[in-house]
Every structure is written in structure tokens, then in C-alpha cells.
Design a protein around this ligand. Structure first.
Ligand SMILES: Cc1cc2nc3c(=O)[nH]c(=O)nc-3n(C[C@H](O)[C@H](O)[C@H](O)COP(=O)(O)OP(=O)(O)OC[C@H]3O[C@@H](n4cnc5c(N)ncnc54)[C@H](O)[C@@H]3O)c2cc1C
Length: 396
């Protein structure tokens, strides 16, 4: 029988983090209440600078890198605790707590960075954990997304210099990062699992440019990153040549669990908004909470949130291992929770009636926000395909 790691949640950490969110992040977001109510968002430049300031405070307290192993300077907290932390961020309903305001999004330290060598740890990982610099991760391309192994970006070696050429698409934080982790084909004739290598490229390296920014229906502004004969030394390689796939996969289960937990937290926030509004709003001389169709929005959401929490628990129990059960459950919670959040956000709008579709009502932005979560870090359909395989079905 597989022995799974400790699944106890560190309650003291969650309490401290929640206090930080309420005492530090909420007052900052309150300053933007009028803008949020008029536009449904906060100006992207202001979001960027507020999150930078917040995550530095979070990093000073160790929260920002609490998931990283103790030998790398983190708290080494287990998967269950970190998932509970992302859930707390979702429950706060705060835009600035999300996306790297308190815990890392793509700009911050990932577990897979344990593969960095000593020099890379000193130059990149340590300042990243102190929130002094920011990164991004470049995998997707114009012609390869879910099918990432089919990428065209290539790196060729001449003496002690790699030359990287290609275009990466939808790169979150790509326009603001101090360095890029980029995956490229280095060994096209090797077995599919050994064709790709990972490199660190400093922004500002000649030949690397931002090709264009995508506006999206949510808060994301991913960019194209263009590599035109970008030259880096052999020391820029992460881990071993041809080993980008295991590098990318290490920690992916926990990343998916965290997205699922964040989505569950956001659904809980919307549930409380629905419950409050249903009690306050009156129609036909009584609170709308007395109508069964309205109750159904709340009851269905509550049941689905509880189901998500059960799945989150199961996934957290095994997320630190890398067997088929762990992969299946972490993919399942990411898939279920992001789909569920979209349903809950849709109900929250409907329950708020006309006010639901306005920025002023303050629930429509969760609907927009939820949508992209079903696409990145494994689309719903790709994850179903993978789960089928992990269940032993033939998929090719
Ligand atoms: C907001 C946002 C931020 C992003 N940030 C980053 C980032 O920082 N770095 C990065 O590298 N990428 C990033 N991405 C890219 C993201 O990872 C890809 O969009 C995602 O992998 C899907 O790839 P695609 O867009 O090419 O769609 P495709 O792979 O072309 O998929 C199109 C459709 O086909 C379906 N499909 C594909 N394969 C299968 C299958 N095997 N079985 C069933 N259905 C399938 C998909 O589910 C989808 O419905 C981001 C995307 C978004 C939207």
C-alpha cells in the first residue's frame, strides 16, 4: 500500500495568513472600491505595483515561499496546508490577494525549481523567494498548447553557447518578468520524453522581445515572447539536457491542487454573497430566500463546494507523491473545482438579478475570472483524457 505524506493542515499558519490578508491586503483593496464598482477591475498598472508591494511583505514573513522545502529557505509546509492557504485567498474575495499578491502565481518560486543548481539558486531562486525579482514560464506556442511536446522553439549548441529561436504564446507575466524559464527542443531525434530542455533567459538578453499582449475576459494579460537567435551560456540550462519533461511535471500535481483549492475558496465567497443577498432582497413582499428556485442556487452550490472540499482533501493526501492516483486526483480537483466555480459564479449572477450583471453588483467579475481557469494548467478536456489513461483506458 502506498504511504502518503502527512496531511495535517498547519492551522496556525492558515490563521496567520488569514490575518495578513485581512489586516494588510483588505485595506489596500478598499482604496480601490470605487474603481472596482465602476469598472469591475483595478487598473492593471496599479494591480502590478500593489501586488509587488504586498508580496514583498508576504515574503518578509515567509508566507510567499512557505511551500518551498526548508533546505531551500521555505517553511516546507505540506500540500494540505498550502492548498488550504490558496483556499483562504479565494475565500477573501480580494482581487489583490490573488495572482501573486500573497502566495505565488507564475511569477514566483515553484517547487520544480529545486532542480536549479547552486549558482541558479543563488542568482534566481533566493531573490525570487524574497520577492525581489520575478519570473515567468514559457511553454505554450502558437501551434502547440495542450500538445506541448509538439513545440517548434529550438535550441542549438555551438561550443559553449546555446542559441534559442521560436515564439512562445500566452505567457503570463512575460512582459514584467526579470527572467524567463523557457522550454525548447534540443534533441529532435531523441525519444519524445527526452527531446526538450529547460533554460533560464534573462529579460533584456539580445534577441528576446515581447511580441504582443492579449486582452482577456478576465484579469490576465498574457503575452507572446519572441526568441530570435537568443544566445545563452551552457550554465543557463536547468537540470540535465533532454530532461525538461520531468522538470515540468515535478510539482504539477501540487500546482493543480492549489488552483482547485483557490477555485473552491472563490466559490465559498460567492456562496456567502448569495446567502446575504437572498436574505436582504425582497420580491412579492418577502425575501427572495423564501423562493425554492432561489434556494436551489444556494443549495446546489453548497453541495458542490462540499464535494470539491472532499476531493481537495483526497488529493492533498497524495499530492506529494507522483503515482497515477496522485496525478488523477490532483487533475480531478483542478478540473472539478474550476468547472464548479463557473457554475457557482453563473448562479450568483442570476440570484442577483439585474444587479448581477453590473460591475457595481460585484459578482460578475468572478464569472469572468473563473473562465480562463478551465483552460490553463491543463484544460478540462486534456485532463479528462489524462484521467482516462490513468484509469487504464487506451487513449491512443
Ligand atoms: C490566461 C492564460 C494564461 C496562460 N499562461 C501561460 C503561461 O504562463 N505559460 C504558458 O506556457 N502557457 C500559458 N497559457 C497557455 C495555456 O497553457 C494553453 O492555452 C493551454 O495549454 C491550451 O492550449 P491551447 O490554447 O493551444 O489550446 P489547444 O491545445 O489547441 O486546445 C483547443 C481545444 O482542444 C481541446 N483539446 C486539446 N487536446 C485535447 C485532448 N487530448 N483531448 C481532448 N481535448 C483536447 C482543448 O481542451 C481545447 O478545448 C495560458 C493560457 C491562458 C488562457
Amino acid at each position: 500500500m502506498t504511504h502518503y505524506a502527512d496531511r495535517e493542515i498547519n492551522v496556525d499558519f492558515i490563521d496567520a495568513l488569514t490575518t495578513f490578508i485581512e489586516r494588510v491586503v483588505r485595506p489596500v483593496e478598499t482604496r480601490y472600491a470605487a474603481e472596482l464598482s465602476t469598472t469591475g477591475t483595478i487598473d492593471p498598472t496599479a494591480q502590478l505595483s500593489e501586488r509587488r508591494a504586498l508580496r514583498r511583505q508576504s515574503a518578509e514573513l515567509g508566507y510567499y515561499s512557505a511551500h518551498m522545502p526548508a533546505e531551500l529557505g521555505g517553511f516546507g509546509l505540506n500540500a494540505a496546508t498550502i492548498a488550504a492557504a490558496y483556499r483562504a485567498i479565494g475565500r477573501s474575495g480580494l482581487l489583490l490577494a490573488d495572482r501573486g499578491g500573497v502566495l505565488p502565481n507564475v511569477e514566483g518560486p515553484y517547487l520544480s525549481m529545486a532542480a536549479f543548481n547552486d549558482a541558479q539558486r543563488e542568482q534566481y531562486l533566493s531573490p525570487l523567494m524574497r520577492a525581489e525579482i520575478e519570473g515567468c514560464f514559457a511553454l505554450t506556442e502558437p501551434d502547440s498548447g495542450s500538445d506541448a511536446g509538439n513545440m517548434r522553439t529550438k535550441a542549438t549548441l555551438e561550443q559553449d553557447t546555446w542559441t534559442i529561436s521560436g515564439t512562445k504564446r500566452f505567457i503570463t507575466h512575460g512582459a514584467h518578468a526579470d527572467f524567463v524559464q523557457v522550454i525548447a527542443v534540443t534533441d529532435p531525434d531523441a525519444a519524445p520524453s527526452q527531446r526538450h530542455s529547460a533554460f533560464i533567459v534573462d529579460s533584456g538578453t539580445p534577441g528576446l522581445s515581447v511580441g504582443g499582449t492579449y486582452g482577456t475576459l478576465g484579469e490576465d494579460h498574457p503575452v507572446d515572447l519572441v526568441f530570435e537567435d537568443v544566445r545563452v551560456p551552457t550554465s543557463a540550462m536547468i537540470g540535465e539536457r533532454g530532461r525538461a519533461l520531468p522538470y515540468m511535471l515535478s510539482g504539477i500535481g501540487r500546482a493543480r491542487l492549489n488552483i482547485g483549492a483557490l477555485a473552491i475558496g472563490k466559490a465559498e465567497y460567492l456562496l456567502s454573497r448569495m446567502t446575504d443577498y437572498a436574505g436582504e432582497r425582497e420580491a412579492f413582499g418577502r425575501p427572495i430566500s423564501k423562493f425554492q428556485y432561489v434556494q436551489q442556487f444556494i443549495v446546489d452550490s453548497s453541495i458542490e463546494i462540499e464535494a470539491g472540499l472532499g476531493l481537495m482533501d483526497r488529493a492533498a493526501e497524495c499530492a506529494e507523491s507522483d503515482d497515477h492516483t496522485a496525478r488523477r486526483l490532483t487533475a480531478s480537483v483542478k478540473l472539478y473545482a474550476t468547472e464548479m466555480l463557473s457554475r457557482v459564479a453563473d448562479r450568483a449572477i442570476q440570484l442577483h438579478g439585474g444587479m448581477g450583471v453590473t460591475h457595481e453588483g460585484g459578482v460578475e467579475r468572478y464569472y469572468r475570472d473563473a473562465r480562463a481557469m478551465r483552460v490553463y494548467e491543463g484544460s478540462t478536456e486534456l485532463l479528462k483524457w489524462n484521467i482516462a489513461r490513468w484509469l487504464g483506458l487506451k487513449t491512443d
